[in-house]
Design a protein around this ligand. Structure first.
Ligand code: MG
Length: 368
């Protein structure tokens, strides 16, 4: 089987409500998604998506994906899409770095490989494990009252686990964390996600002042080294998210004991091929994972759900559905939010595909 064509669309995905994170430094009100279809000479077609959370959240931006695809297309046309590692190595040679650019092609190849095998993607990524996927909400930063108002909206959709965005002024953050902790019902949980907005001194002060809360704190600072410094002075479990951008970053985090949990976002690390390797390292190291993506339609969410579904409990901590934040989703099928829980589809492949009419005119096309 050979890849014969790559077709690329852009889709604007407006958010239901504007979103702030990292202490209010970063704002997003719409996402710019790039959707890629990979066609093969045997009639199978795979779908992939790349959608950064705006341009400020990570070293990734939407137009970078389209520019990068022009570099990658000549390297992957003609390859067998069922050989995901071979395709990924070809992309690494054609364009070192830029992992997020590679993710949509990688995702589409996995979709084809699973269709060719006649199994749902989760079965190719290790095998479907028991149980449903717990979803967590994503709560934009604000005052304690604003955070609680968003949590109430998430509760109405069935969410019992929340990722609340904090970070910024230490005294205000202490108040935010104490307020939210006190409001949690039995069986409900909240993570405090700082999105790298604290300096190590701020993190140490804020976390030591709330050490009785015993809640997971995510990405308090910018780098793994800064987290190691914080780690030596606080007792709370820590999660890393933005600072794990490669397998090497995860290896460093594991060998230095920088975290107990990671946010494994597929696009950020270069696609399912690398995310699966990181997942397997975390399984060996005893690190739990929130398995999701950086944004996007239900195409990206479904790919992440397949990786999560092939990851056993208690390692798969939670999964996030970006499309719950959107006013428009061009995708048919795929995962759904079933009152705060989800499951990977059981049809062959990804089990989700866009409505081509909703995508409009392609912006790029590459042929063998
Ligand atoms: Mg995070």
């Amino acid at each position: 089987m050979r890849i014969t064509r790559l077709t690329v669309w852009t889709v604007e995905l407006p958010l239901k409500r504007p979103y702030s994170l990292s202490g209010g430094r970063l704002h997003v009100d719409r996402l710019d998604s790039t959707i890629v279809r990979v066609d093969s000479d045997e009639g199978l077609t795979g779908w992939g998506e790349g959608c950064p959370w705006g341009s400020t959240y990570l070293p990734a931006f939407a137009r970078g994906i389209r520019a990068g695809l022009e570099e990658l297309a000549p390297a992957v046309l003609g390859l067998d899409p069922r050989r995901a590692d071979v395709v990924h190595r070809a992309m690494a040679v054609a364009l070192p770095g830029h992992p997020y650019v590679k993710s949509p092609i990688d995702m589409a190849c996995w979709d084809i490989a699973a269709q060719a095998a006649g199994v749902p993607l989760c079965d190719l990524l290790g095998g479907r494990t028991a149980g449903r996927l717990r979803l967590h909400s994503s709560i934009p930063s604000g005052t304690p009252a604003e955070l609680m108002a968003e949590i109430d909206l998430a509760r109405a959709e069935g969410y019992t686990m929340h990722s609340a965005k904090v970070g910024g002024d230490v005294d205000a953050d202490i108040e935010r964390m104490r307020t939210l902790d006190a409001e949690m019902a039995p069986g409900e949980d909240v993570t405090f996600d700082c999105n790298r907005s604290w300096l190590p001194a701020d993190a140490i002060a804020a976390l030591n002042a709330t050490s009785d809360l015993n809640r997971l704190v995510e990405q308090p600072c910018e780098t793994i080294e800064q987290h190691l410094h914080v780690r030596r002075h606080v007792g709370q479990p820590l999660a890393l998210d933005e600072s794990v951008q490669s397998y090497g970053d995860m290896l460093q985090a594991v060998t230095t004991g920088a975290c107990e949990v990671i946010g494994l976002k597929i696009g950020r690390v270069g696609g399912l091929t690398v995310a699966r390797r990181i997942r397997d390292l975390c399984l060996e190291a005893g690190v739990a994972m929130n398995i999701e993506d950086t944004g996007g339609s239900s195409l990206q969410a479904t790919a992440a759900a397949h990786l999560a579904q092939s990851t056993p409990e208690p390692f798969r901590r939670a999964t996030w559905l970006c499309f719950d934040h959107l006013t428009f989703d061009p995708v048919e099928g795929g995962v759904t939010n079933d009152a705060g829980w989800s499951a990977a589809p059981d049809t062959p492949g990804l089990g989700a595909q866009p409505d081509v009419d909703a995508l409009g005119t392609p912006v790029l096309q590459f042929d063998l």
